[in-house]
Write a protein that binds this ligand. Structure first.
Ligand code: FUL
Length: 595
């Protein structure tokens, strides 16, 4: 009996079985869009990708030589003697982050300036050449130990771009050096959960272009830390495409963007005309033209301050609780992970302005999501397109936030959905959206309701809704951080020349600094610049000869540059070039002058 039944049972179970594709699937050339969508809906995360997604929040620590120079991108020529965080306390970092709700932290072990926070054997440009702990310190180890003590997971950021290494641009030699650095980090510090490779990359000495050996890099990670996820230039986690904290409202984790740096992948991305910043990375239009679909979920990286590194001039510009909560909704609430940067200060501690805000955020999120009003919202629901399900709300519920989740270990499927609320005896539409994915949060106008009705309007194939929830989250009033402190009013200013931007401020003033605020990040914004002032518009005094608005092309937060002295001036001139070296057009409205 047993012998006959078992095969029958297996066959019955498999009648509803779906073929799943872990991490990647090919889209056959002749397949219809419907077939392609069905395949895309059955691409699933690896166990590591799933665990990473479930973390929801990760902390980023930008710390290094820039902390001591006030720069965002060091040029590699910095003296290691500058690095001396006399009160460095990695335990305080980890306690602060743990209390802020984080369970994974990533440290910039080496940023673009090449200064290594561990005593590497590969270069003298490291903590070993600094006065900190008499040259015997190791930031990576101290953080690692604090993580072990507090049960925090640990990841490393290792910048491929290295503005210090003399061999950068001599591709085989630099690749050897990079692999040696990676090997040290992945061998000497126990378990590493995430390896983060930045996409920012410039030329080496004499304009030589570095070709990274991504295959060798990935093979090294797979060999030494097979459990780690690799991010950004890695192939497990995708950069959302901006540094402003905003995910797409339609965000597909099963996307057609080829990950990593492989030549074939890059060629396919070019053929499709897409990059990490493209609007559509997984909809039917792009699936119709693609040959492969990947599980490549989005990560939103953003700093709690304007810059990635600590600058004391930004202590009053720590994002407000409202800004951070908005970021949470537009990242975690849009099927992304939030990677929030909290840069330790020059003492080597997380500044009180940031730690207080993190505690506020954790407290707010705990309160906001403590009281789910939906009854039995976590019973798995498997709708076809067009099907609806009603969810009762606890009696007397007022709600202003909806939460939906798909069971992503069976793929991301929902393409469109609607939510209605039963209020005062009639149904009112409160949300009409597209994707759900791991988690979708939707703010709706506050309403008293008895029931919710969710309709899956379109789906790649039979969907799997793991959870529907509803909350009344506390509202937060608008707060504006101070970014324009002490700026001169622009009344009476005139543009004498558009390129380079030359402005007559109308009368003699004393100037102490400048602010550049281009509004939107793009490759066209100013990167390298010269700033001059003049009393008469003819004789010019150079104030900044070789300035750099580092990273402005990705993060358009206003940059404030203090001159450290007062200069008499009626005119100023800003000569700027883009990251590609072409002249940058800067508008007068983008410049503020500190008076
Ligand atoms: C960018 C870098 O250039 C920034 O300095 C920062 O590290 C950010 C996370 O990534 O691409």
């Amino acid at each position: 009996m047993k012998r006959i039944l078992l095969p029958l049972l297996v066959a019955a179970a498999c009648a509803g079985c779906e073929r799943l594709y872990v991490k990647q699937a090919e889209l056959p050339a002749g397949a219809s869009v419907e077939e392609r969508a069905s395949i895309a809906g059955r691409v699933v995360p690896t166990p590591q990708q799933l665990a990473w997604q479930q973390l929801e929040l990760t902390a980023f620590l930008h710390f290094g030589i820039n902390t001591f120079t006030g720069r965002e991108w060091g040029d590699g020529g910095e003296d290691p003697a500058l690095f001396d965080p006399a009160e460095l306390d990695a335990d305080q970092w980890v306690r602060t982050l743990r209390d802020g709700g984080f369970r994974l932290v990533i440290l910039t072990a080496k940023h673009h300036d090449g200064f290594c926070l561990w005593p590497t054997a590969t270069t003298a440009h490291s903590v070993a050449s600094s006065p900190w702990r008499g040259g015997r310190g190791d930031v990576v180890r101290e953080l690692r130990d604090a993580c072990l003590k507090h049960g925090m997971r640990f990841g490393v950021y290792l910048s491929p771009w290295d503005r210090n290494a003399p061999c950068y641009g001599d591709s085989p030699r630099y690749n050897d050096l990079f692999i040696a650095q990676l090997t040290e980090l992945l061998t000497d510090y126990g378990r590493i959960d995430e390896v983060w490779f930045d996409g920012a990359c410039g030329e080496g000495p004499d304009g030589r272009k570095q070709e990274y050996d991504w295959e060798r890099i990935y093979a090294t990670i797979r060999r030494l830390q097979p459990e780690a996820v690799t991010a950004i230039m890695g192939d497990d986690v995708r950069w959302v495409g901006n540094e402003g904290g905003v995910g797409r409202t339609t965000e597909w984790s099963s996307a057609v963007l080829a990950p990593g740096g492989s030549t074939a992948g890059a060629a396919e991305n070019r053929r499709l005309g897409i990059d990490a910043m493209s609007k559509d990375l997984g909809g039917r239009d792009i699936l119709a033209r693609a040959s492969t679909v990947y599980w490549y979920p989005s990560e939103v990286d953003v700093s709690i301050r304007p810059g990635w590194f600590y600058h004391d001039s930004e202590d009053a510009q720590v994002k407000s609780l409202k800004q951070l909560v908005d970021i949470y909704f537009s990242s975690v609430g849009r099927n992304s992970q939030l990677l929030l940067n909290i840069p330790p200060d020059r003492r080597g501690r997380i500044h009180a302005a940031d730690s207080v805000r993190l505690r506020e955020l954790a407290g707010y999120l705990d309160r906001a999501f403590a009281d789910d009003r939906a009854v039995a919202g976590d019973a798995l629901w498997r709708p076809e397109a067009g099907e609806s399900r009603e969810y009762a709300l606890a009696p007397g519920s007022r709600i202003n936030t909806l939460l939906l989740q798909e069971e992503i270990d069976r793929g991301q499927r929902v393409e469109a959905f609607t939510v209605e609320a039963l209020t005062g005896g009639s149904w009112v539409e409160v949300a009409r959206e597209t994707t759900i994915g791991y988690k979708r949060l939707i703010r709706i106008p506050e309403i008293e309701a008895e029931r919710l009705r969710v309709t899956v309007d379109a789906t790649r194939l039979r969907a799997r809704i793991a959870r529907v929830a509803a909350y009344l989250v506390p509202s937060l009033s608008e707060e504006h951080p101070a970014t324009d402190d002490g700026l001169l009013a622009r009344d009476g200013w005139t543009v004498c020349r558009a390129e380079p931007l030359t402005v007559d401020m109308g009368e003699p003033r004393f100037v102490q600094g400048l602010v550049y605020a281009p509004g939107e990040a793009s490759p066209e914004v100013a990167y390298k610049y010269r700033f001059e002032v003049s009393a008469d518009g003819e004789q010019w005094t150079e104030v900044i000869a070789d300035g750099e608005f580092s990273n402005m092309m990705y993060n358009a937060e206003p940059r404030r540059v203090e001159f450290g002295r007062e200069l008499p001036a009626r005119y100023f001139r800003l000569t700027a070039s883009t990251v590609a070296g072409t002249p940058a057009r800067v508008e007068m409205e983008h410049i503020g002058i500190v008076g």
